[in-house]
Write a protein that binds this ligand. Structure first.
Ligand code: HEC
Length: 412
């Protein structure tokens, strides 16, 4: 081999070593990313288990709280709004976590979980406030809710992490509620009230059972033929058919009643809502005249806010109201038949809120509803409303269906 060939081989070898080092470097980075990601998923899943054991009585099996079931007092936690994303500043085609918003949500939720909220049902969980949880467990709950953990690198996709955590929460609930292999021994229709089980041992009358998405209450138990008599569709669920072999779980834990008044973290009152722009003034109507909702509209819960005596008419085609914790600042709207009006909600409270009109059919969450998105503090959302006949329709906040209420009159 002559010298120039030797030099070429040397250069070739050095080149290979360089490429090798470069590839190793990339692989090592990916491996580190993978490890961080796995650790984050693990923490979110542990958060899911903690949630299932401690929080679902108020915040629901899937973390949807009052959206899952209006009997539940807890706020929805499993929300896109709690996993804020934004366009990547380097590559606007891509999205990534919004670090500013995320930090704000994480620190607010850490305070809430640590200290509870005075005057609501939300208790304090931190060990140093007399609760059962250490800081790491509280961070795991935050990883579940926000898809990221304080102190760990941010993942590319917050929702992907959070979803794993919520799946773990449901799995844990199913596991904890499993009634030692109890199943339906025969299929039941939506109207049946007698269920034959594989075995009725350990069941007690008046308790709740969960089968698929339905909750039933046991009225009577017959040991001899493994039958139970039940009331269908309890806990605001719908009666449905269930197949033979469907798993029978213990029912949801019924939420306590409150409010919670123990002082933690030196709270003396609820944090005041940051002030927003005041909503426009309402037009005084005849004193004390509040039109009654049209026939077939949902009934106002006894705990809901009163409907104001004054009408709010659109100004420049816009009707604006604020959501506070937990009420609408203005809640008696008036529009003309056929008039197109923008209904705009600004959230000046700290809780998430929306504004949903039930529509003419009087059913919540049906096709003819009008609704804003569920928005967080400082956000605004709107929809266009019009109706071609006179009627008085009701609206509410889906997150606070027992408190936030109002109505809109469509007049000639
Ligand atoms: C006894 C019922 C109850 C239990 C149990 C409970 N919560 Fe709550 N939680 C509430 C209520 C009620 C609120 C709303 C308080 C308010 O109106 O500001 C709330 C609010 C929250 C919020 C604030 C949400 C927001 O958007 O501002 C978080 C976070 C939260 N809870 C997490 C948890 C976690 C985690 C657990 C379990 C460790 C838990 N909660 C257990 C009743 C409960």
């Amino acid at each position: 081999m002559n010298t120039s060939k030797q030099v070429n081989v040397m250069i070739g070898l050095m080149f290979l070593v360089l490429i090798g080092t470069f590839l190793y470097f990339i692989w090592d980075n990916v491996r580190a990313d993978d490890a961080e990601q796995r650790q984050l998923v693990q923490n979110a899943e542990r958060g899911g288990k903690l949630f299932s054991l401690n929080c679902r009585s108020c915040h629901g099996l899937n973390g949807l709280g009052s959206l899952e079931n209006t009997l539940l007092p807890g706020l929805p936690l499993n929300l896109e709004a709690n996993r804020p994303m934004m366009a990547d500043p380097d590559d606007p085609g891509k999205t990534g976590p919004d670090p500013g918003k995320l930090m704000e949500i994480q620190s607010r939720f850490r305070d809430t979980i640590r200290c509870g909220r005075l005057g609501t049902l939300m208790p304090a969980w931190a060990e140093d406030q007399g609760g059962p949880m250490n800081d790491f467990q509280i961070d795991q709950l935050i990883a579940l809710i926000t898809g990221s953990m304080p102190g760990l690198d941010l993942p590319d996709n917050l929702s992907a992490i959070s979803e794993k955590g919520w799946e773990a929460a449901v799995e844990e609930a199913d596991h904890a509620d499993l009634l030692r292999g109890k199943k339906l021994a025969a299929a039941v229709g939506a109207a049946d009230t007698i269920f034959v089980l594989t075995d009725v041992g350990e069941l007690t009358a008046a308790s709740l059972l969960r089968i698929d998405d339905e909750v039933v209450r046991i009225v009577d138990i017959s040991m001899d033929n493994d039958e139970i008599t039940v009331e269908r569709a309890d806990f605001q669920t719908q009666a449905a058919e269930h197949e033979e072999g469907a798993q029978v779980f213990t029912g949801p834990i019924e939420p306590p009643t409150g409010p919670f008044i123990e002082v933690a973290c030196g709270q003396t009152q609820r944090a005041p809502a940051p002030s927003g722009t005041p909503p426009p003034a309402a037009t005084p109507a005849a004193p004390g005249v509040v039109p009654t909702p049209s026939a077939g509209q949902p009934e106002r819960p006894a705990t809901a806010q009163d409907v104001q005596a004054e009408f709010l008419e659109p100004s420049d085609g816009v009707t604006e109201t604020d959501s506070l914790d937990n009420s609408f600042s203005l809640n008696n709207f008036q529009v003309k038949v056929g008039q197109e009006v923008t209904i705009r909600l600004s959230n000046t409270g700290l809780n998430p809120h929306n504004l949903r009109i039930a529509g003419l059919d009087g059913e919540w969450s049906s096709d003819d509803d009008f609704t804003t998105a569920i928005i967080q503090n400082g956000e605004t959302d709107e929809f266009t409303f019009s109706l071609d006949q006179p009627a008085t329709l009701v609206f509410r906040c889906d997150v606070h269906p027992l408190e936030m209420w109002g109505q809109i009159s469509v007049t000639e």
